[in-house]
Structure formats: C-alpha cells, structure tokens
Write a protein that binds this ligand. Structure first.
Ligand SMILES: NC(=O)c1ccc[n+]([C@@H]2O[C@H](COP(=O)([O-])OP(=O)(O)OC[C@H]3O[C@@H](n4cnc5c(N)ncnc54)[C@H](O)[C@@H]3O)[C@@H](O)[C@H]2O)c1
Length: 309
C-alpha cells in the first residue's frame, strides 16, 4: 500500500515537472532565452588556426573573453591570435598542441593552467576528415580521425573538468556534426568519431545532471556541410532543405547556443526532422529519403584539404 502511494506520488511529481519543463521550452522557442555574459571567462578553442575555430575566437574576443587557442598549425593559430587582438581581445594565448596525442594535450593543459588559469568554456572543435570508402582508408588516417575528433575530447575534459566541478561553473562545447547523427558513405571513420564525441558529451552532461552540478553546461553542435574547405568539392542536391552553410552563419548559431546554454544545436534545423524521420520510417523508406536528399553519394567530388592520397 505504502509503495503504491509512493509510486503514485512519483508519477505525479514526474508529470508535473515534465509539464513545467515542456512549457518552459515552448516559452523559450517564442521568446529567446537571455544570453549569458562571457566577459572575463577563459575560453579554450581547439583547432583555432582556421575555419570555425578562428571565427569562434573572433566572436569571443568581441564578447570580452580571455582566449586560449590551440592548434597543430602554429602559423594559422598565431594569425588567429593576432586577429583576435585586433578584434579587441586583451588576453589571448596561442599554444601549439597536437590534439591527436594524449600526452601533448596533458602537457599543454598543465602549461595553460599555470600560465592562464582554469578554463571555464572548453570548445572541442579541432577536426580532420579522410573521405574514402572504408576499405580504402589507411589505418593510420582512421586512427588519427578518432584521436583528433573524439579521443581529444576525453583528454581535454580530463584536464579541465575537475576545476569546473570544484567551482560548479563551466561550459563544455562539443563540435560534432550531422555525421554524428546519421552514417554517411565514405565517412565511416569520421562518422564513428563524431557519433563517439556526441555520445561522450551527452554522457558527461548526464553526469553533471546526476551530480547536481547545475553550474556546468553542455552544448553539442551538429552542423551540415560548412564552406570552410574541410569538405571541399562536396555538394548538396537539395540546397533548399540542406544548404552548404556559410561559416559565419554557423558560428553565429554556435555562439548564440552557448550564450543561451542550449544543449543541442542542429544546423540547419531540418537536421532534427531528418533525425525524426530516421527514428520512425522503415529502413527502405529512410534509404529512399537519403537518396532523394543526395546523402548516399554526398562525398562524390570530395577534394577536402585533409585528404591524403
Ligand atoms: N566543415 C564542415 O562541413 C563541418 C561540418 C560539420 C562539422 N564540422 C566540424 O567542425 C570542426 C571545425 O571544422 P572546420 O570546418 O573549421 O575545419 P578546418 O579544417 O578549417 O579547421 C580544423 C582545425 O583543426 C586543426 N587540427 C587538425 N588536426 C589537429 C590536431 N591534431 N591538433 C590540433 N589541431 C588540429 C586544423 O589545423 C584546423 O585549424 C571540426 O570538428 C569539423 O569536424 C565541420
């Protein structure tokens, strides 16, 4: 009897909280959530030497954040550092770090803690792509893709999460991809790494919820193709539904999602509809949809800058 009463009470509490959470999310789709202030926050961006990483650095520079920029490409990273200063950042630190090497990440992370302080916003953005049929992918390139696109997230979080937990303050940002939501031909290693990064970020989010660390936020970003050169040569056959995105547009969306503390960001929004279709349609129909969208041959024409023959 007592256990029945407890179950009924649990159900009422659960339904009440769900209705409030649902209404809250409805309100925030109509009225944008207030944006948080990131002035003075220490923001680390991996892969800051070009593309999204560079543009993110420039946005956070304008917002008054302290910037810690990591890239394997020293020259590109130093260019971003200079551009961030020109954009108004007063404290910018560039470090050369090979994110495919756990020991390099741990070494540079220690240096950052001593020289700059505790990271409060960690943006795992560095990424590479091989872009070949699975059996044509050299083992070392597939390992590298997993190391940079996924494992680096483990090591950076191991390095910087403890201080976030101690202060109950921080924000973990995972730049995954729409390729972290659906498998794509000629992107087996890339998709695997992006699914893994997403799963890891979602699990850490769950840990922060269970541990009631409500000061630590998570944002997981899943964009479609972006015009940064990474997927050079790839095109979309239904641009009205899935356009190749401009980097500035994507970075605006990412920064907004971080400032509004959104957990998931799909760019364009149509990606969330694709996810819904994937979960409800029979496989044969899903494949027809994917074919109609051109997703089955999307890597044809790929000449991306990280492609190695
Ligand atoms: N471009 C797209 O179409 C697209 C779509 C979805 C997601 N993404 C993701 O967005 C992120 C940024 O991509 P981008 O389009 O700006 O590409 P990009 O090639 O312009 O930038 C990637 C950066 O990562 C750096 N990098 C590569 N290997 C590294 C390593 N071992 N250690 C440290 N830095 C390393 C590169 O030097 C480069 O500066 C990536 O994670 C990518 O997978 C890109």
């Amino acid at each position: 009897m007592a256990s029945n009463l407890k179950s009924a009470k649990d159900l009422v509490v659960f339904l009440g909280k769900s209705v409030i959470a649902f209404l809250e999310s409805m309100v925030f789709t109509i009225i944008p959530k207030p944006r948080k202030n990131v002035a003075g926050e220490i923001v680390l961006i991996t892969g800051a030497g070009s593309g999204l990483g560079r543009l993110l650095a420039l946005r956070f520079a304008r917002l008054g954040s302290v910037l810690v920029l990591w890239d394997i490409n020293k020259e590109g990273n130093e260019d971003t550092c200079r551009m961030a200063r020109e954009a108004g950042a007063t404290r910018v630190y560039a470090y050369t770090c090979d994110c495919s090497q756990r020991e390099d990440i741990y070494r540079v992370a220690e240096q950052v803690k001593k020289e700059v302080g505790d990271i409060s916003i960690l943006i795992n953005n560095a990424g590479i792509v091989t872009g070949k049929n699975f059996l044509d992918c050299p083992d070392e390139l597939m390992e590298k893709a997993l190391d940079v696109n996924f494992k680096a997230h483990l090591w950076t979080c191991k390095s910087f999460l403890p201080a976030m937990i101690a202060n109950n303050h921080g924000h973990l940002v995972c730049i995954s991809s729409s390729a972290g939501l659906v498998g794509i031909s000629k992107l087996a290693d890339y998709c695997a790494s992006k699914f893994a990064a997403l799963g890891f970020a979602e699990s850490i989010f769950a840990e922060t919820v269970v541990q009631k660390l409500n000061g630590i936020k998570t944002t997981i970003v899943c964009p479609f193709f972006i015009n940064t050169g990474m997927f050079e040569g790839c095109s979309t056959v239904r641009p009205f539904l899935l356009p190749v995105l401009e980097p500035e547009y994507v970075v605006d969306k990412i920064v907004d999602a971080i400032l509004q503390e959104k957990v998931y960001l799909y760019v364009p929004r149509f990606i969330s509809f694709v996810m819904f279709l994937k979960s409800i349609l029979p496989v044969k129909v899903s494949l027809l949809v994917a074919d109609y969208m051109g997703a089955l041959n999307i890597m044809d024409g790929f000449v991306g800058k990280n492609k190695k023959e």
